[in-house]
Design a protein. Structure first.
Length: 111
């Protein structure tokens, strides 16, 4: 993985957070979170739609950030919607959270 990726991984594994949250971050960073869209693509679900807001494609970014229900949780946990929406790449968005000075709080909020 790239130097940029190395920095994110080192920080992720050093965070003093429960292992299950680290594993969750790992799944997100590897695009391995079983969202409805992923499940539908693998023919494990009939629909890739978000079950919370009925958006037609529940991608990882939708599930974590863009869904109106997720957005409320993020804002209550201190993740600014303004800066997060300017980043459209999932890895870059997660990198911003993991390398943030409040990464522990933000990671647990995300989980
Ligand atoms: Zn949604």
């Amino acid at each position: 993985m790239s130097t940029e990726g190395d920095e994110v991984w080192k920080k992720t594994w050093r965070l003093k957070i429960p292992e299950k949250v680290k594993f969750f971050l790992w799944q997100c960073l590897h695009s391995a979170l079983p969202t409805n869209q992923v499940r539908a693509d693998r023919r494990l679900a009939d629909s890739g739609a978000c079950s919370r807001c009925s958006c037609s494609h529940e991608t990882i970014l939708h599930a974590l950030r863009d869904c109106p229900y997720s957005r409320e949780v993020l804002m209550s946990g201190g993740i600014s919607v303004e800066w997060s929406f300017s980043v459209m790449d999932c890895f870059q968005w997660l990198k911003g959270i993991i390398l943030h000075k409040d990464a522990i709080k933000l990671s647990i909020t995300l989980w």
